[in-house]
Design a protein around this ligand. Structure first.
Ligand code: NAP
Length: 260
């Protein structure tokens, strides 16, 4: 199949798409033909640049700004998203959204002994609560046959005591994935999660400050390298395509065989 046309006439929203993994996902979905809402929280300039890059490549995208993890976040996201969709003129009576990728996330909660309630609350608010209420707001807009992909983490599947609050927030996302897959099957909507290992983004820059530290992270994958955002984006592109219509409720490991 020509993936460049796989998502023609589809409308996508990717959260946290100004940087890192979300940026790669937004670019790839646009390359595959989707009109992409490029959501950002604080990185407005970066998101505007992602939109400009997509347009330069002949794709269609618009920025969607709203902080997550605060009261009214889902409503603010969809207010901006609806405005972008209206401007693009792509919605029809069946809906205005086909693909929701819950990618935005924060890390760095620390081990249990160092846990701080405010940091824990924020982790849950951004990584689990926001995706849940984004799905709630997305569903009335979503056309049947839609796709929801949650960017989880290897941390929900392997013991990760150095960041237990983070791992717990991703475990919640995995549970949400399973429940919603069952509920939404009747509408032909699939709900899946991807679990990246170490991917080269700002999120883990503090773990890559020396060549030795980089080599140690790379050695945890059976392929002997740290993952790239495109390693995750390509799997998300598959999951949102028609080819993945029979996959739902799954948490797909995208870690390059980390810690096998
Ligand atoms: P990143 O480069 O730090 O990017 C994080 C993204 O999340 C940014 O686009 C940021 O947007 C957005 N975000 C964070 N807090 C937000 C908030 N309160 N409101 C709105 N947006 C917010 O990290 P990344 O590595 O690309 O992470 C993307 C996803 O992959 C996360 O869910 C992360 O947990 C997961 N993941 C990453 C790795 C890894 O090794 N990198 C491994 C496993 C899972 P703004 O800058 O606009 O605020």
């Amino acid at each position: 199949m020509d993936t460049k046309r796989a998502l023609t006439n589809k409308i996508a929203l990717v959260t946290g798409a100004g940087r890192g993994i979300g940026r790669a996902i937004a670019g790839r979905l646009a390359e595959d033909g989707a009109v992409v809402g490029v959501h950002y929280g604080h990185s407005e300039a970066a998101a505007v640049e992602v939109v400009a890059g997509i347009r330069r490549n002949g794709g269609r995208a618009f920025p969607v700004g709203a902080e997550l993890g605060v009261a009214g976040d889902a409503a603010a996201v969809f207010e901006a998203f609806d405005a972008g969709v209206r401007e693009e003129g792509v919605a029809d009576d069946a809906g205005s959204l086909d693909i929701l990728v819950n990618n935005a996330g924060v890390s760095g909660s620390g081990p249990v002994g160092e846990a701080v309630p405010e940091v824990f609350d924020r982790m849950i608010a951004v990584n689990a609560k926001a995706p849940f209420f984004l799905v709630q707001s997305a569903l009335p807009r979503m056309r049947d046959g839609g796709r929801i992909v949650n960017v989880s983490s290897l941390a929900s599947r392997r013991a990760f005591p150095e960041s237990v609050g983070y791992a717990m927030s991703k475990g919640a996302l995995d549970s949400m994935t399973l429940c919603l897959a069952k509920e939404l099957g009747g509408r032909g909507i699939t709900v899946n999660a991807v679990g990246p290992g170490f991917i080269e983004t700002d999120m883990n820059a503090r773990r890559r400050t020396t060549p030795q530290a980089c080599a140690a992270l790379a050695a945890r994958s059976v392929f002997g390298r740290i993952g790239k955002p495109s390693d995750v984006a390509d799997v998300v592109a598959f999951l949102v395509s028609d080819d993945a219509r029979w996959i739902t409720g799954q948490c797909i490991d995208v870690s390059g065989g980390t810690d096998l």
